[in-house]
Design a protein around this ligand. Structure first.
Ligand code: ZN
Length: 406
């Protein structure tokens, strides 16, 4: 009656371990002891979740450190170096670099992902076409949302707008804007939201990426999102200006974001690397306080952003590592706080992408076994995912380390 049973699994919301019966790629039963018979595998009392959700990554420009000599380590330099490298991107080169990151992400337990893809006069549609192919190649292992993205502005180079339209017609499932690189951020936001409405896709903005508490683009976006009734379909990444706000101003903004239905993605590796370069000592952290936003009802996620490029010259696409990095920077300590950090790479991250991924009967059998007893411990210890299933099919295995004792 089951294709297989995953036994002795600890799951959120239950005190005793359970067996999970899988049938036709779906969770068919969750019970303390399912009958013997079908093929089985044991989680050995470890924590089982539905895998991680990457809400913000740039697969198209990952792995280009060899072509980008970093001198300043600033956002401006990163945009400039990447723009120059991008002109030389060929479809097979983008596919090969993106494939490496996607495979790493899957082996780190990520089963759903939104990747931005730059479509502008430098990249043309070459990166996008490579990503469409990659999405097709890995469809059985990971759900990939491709976000056609205007990294270098829009209103000063409207050819980008036409290429984004072409990408949306060619299967992009979300649209991304970047008002901070546009001479007219207000019009930029309007144009991206026009496309979101026209194609019925979510919009995701790189926004407020500096530490000046003034000149935020958030009020414009909040107002436009409310006026157009796009709540729940709009998200922002970075928003590092929020880390420069006084507590009362931060709470007011959090309430307006929650009310408007705008979600926030924090990208700790990049935000820590690029921000605060002018400080000679006592460098600001420059990471938006997502835990405070979450407590006021904002949907929040923690994500990878970049891997091995001028925006972030590090990275292994591990979201449990990113949740740990965020928890450390945000000074989280209690089980409840660490479990919130876990949610920011799982349940809340899925909600941000408009996906349901609860571990429940009837849900897709996306199951990942972590080497930890619960979600808080997994974040504390950066617990490695040991094996995982996508819609009931085994998609990776990461055998535990072996110690040869004294
Ligand atoms: Zn980004």
């Amino acid at each position: 009656m089951f294709d297989f049973v995953l036994r002795d699994a600890r799951i959120a919301g239950r005190t005793e371990p359970v067996d999970i019966g899988v049938s036709a790629g779906t969770i068919a039963a969750i019970a303390p002891a399912l009958p013997d018979g079908p093929p089985e595998r044991s989680a050995d009392g470890r924590f089982v979740c539905t895998g991680f959700t990457e809400t913000h990554i740039h697969l198209d420009k990952a792995g280009i450190l060899d072509r980008c000599p970093i001198c300043e380590g600033t956002l401006q330099e990163a945009v400039r170096l990447t723009a120059a490298a991008k002109a030389g991107f060929a479809a097979d080169d983008v596919h090969a670099r993106a494939k490496r990151v996607v495979e790493k992400a899957i082996t780190h337990g990520t089963l759903r992902m939104r990747s931005f893809v730059e479509t502008d006069p430098r990249a043309g549609l070459r990166s996008f076409e490579a990503m469409v192919q990659l999405k097709r190649d890995y469809a059985a292992l990971i759900d990939l949302d491709l976000c056609a993205f205007a990294q270098e502005g829009l209103t000063q180079e409207m050819a980008t707008f036409d290429l984004i339209v072409a990408a949306l017609e060619g299967g992009a499932t979300s649209v991304g804007g970047c008002p901070y690189t546009d001479p007219d951020p207000v019009r930029h936001i309007g144009l991206i939201l026009d496309l979101a409405e026209r194609f019925g896709v979510p919009a995701d903005f790189h926004i407020d990426f500096d530490l000046d508490p003034e000149n935020s683009d958030l009020p414009t976006l909040i107002e436009a999102t409310r006026a157009r009734g796009l709540g729940g379909r709009v998200s922002v990444g970075h928003a590092t200006k929020l880390s420069a706000l006084a507590p009362e101003a931060l709470d007011r903004t959090a309430d307006r974001l929650a009310e408007a239905g705008i979600a926030v993605v924090v990208l700790p590796a990049t935000d820590l690397f690029l921000n605060g370069r002018s400080a000679e000592r006592l460098k600001p952290r420059g990471v938006a306080p997502a835990e405070r936003l979450a407590r006021r009802g904002v949907t929040t996620a923690v994500a990878t952003n970049n891997v091995l490029n001028p925006f972030t010259p590090y990275g292994d696409a591990s979201l449990i590592r990113m949740a740990n990095l965020f928890a450390n920077v945000a000074q989280l300590a209690s089980d409840e706080e660490l479990s919130l950090a876990f949610d920011m790479v799982s349940a809340q991250a899925s909600r941000l992408l408009g996906l349901e991924n609860g571990l429940a009967v009837g849900a897709p059998a996306d199951l990942v076994v972590l080497d930890a007893p619960d979600s808080a411990a997994a974040v504390r210890e950066i617990a490695p995912p040991l094996f995982g299933f996508k819609r009931g099919r085994l998609v990776f295995e990461r055998p535990p380390a072996k110690l040869f004792g004294p």
